[in-house]
Design a binder for this molecule. Sequence first.
Ligand code: ZN
Length: 219
Amino acid sequence: MSDNDESSEETSNLSPSEIEELQRKNCVFCHIASGKVPARKVYEDDVCLAILDINPAGPGHVLLMPKQHYTVMFNVPEDVLGHVFIIAKALSQAGLKALQAKGSTIFAANGVAAGQRAPHFMLHVIPRTPSDGVGLYIPSRALPEKQAEQIAAALATALGGRKGEAPVDATPAKQDSGQKGETAPEVKQDDPKQGKTSGKKSDAIDLDAIASLLAKEGK
Ligand SMILES: [Zn+2]
């Protein structure tokens, strides 16, 4: 964006909420969420929106975001974030089903240091096949024992008392069906027919609709 310098000068006298308002006004993903800017929607509910990336890494590369403007993951309320990840799971399964993908890469560029370019937090869900040539370079380095100990301790301290307890209100209300933790059905990768169970307990996620939209785009 060429007018970045201008806006940073403008923002120097603004309050945090005014800055946020300005960000929202200039955020193309907020405009997509409100319908002002067109996009190829794959999934939408009250909380989040999934669209096809206009320059995808591969067929079915989806950008999944909260409709509200949150710049980085830190700002996203836990119930919203939990919901977004549930939809990421559904989109991932839809890619397996509709596009014959064999896996999915799901990532967030969280912060400028991580390569984040858009000011609106989102997840990328990329259907994968073994030979798709999509690269995600994660180096594999040596980790000396002492350093491992220090790093693990530092992270544990930073996490505070959070010892594996479920975040409060982070999951949508569940029906009491005795299948705890299963919010979307598993689909076997090598058997597309298995996806038919989607209506059972889907929290209103229409997996078949997502899959058919993805399938159209993949052709
Ligand atoms: Zn936004």
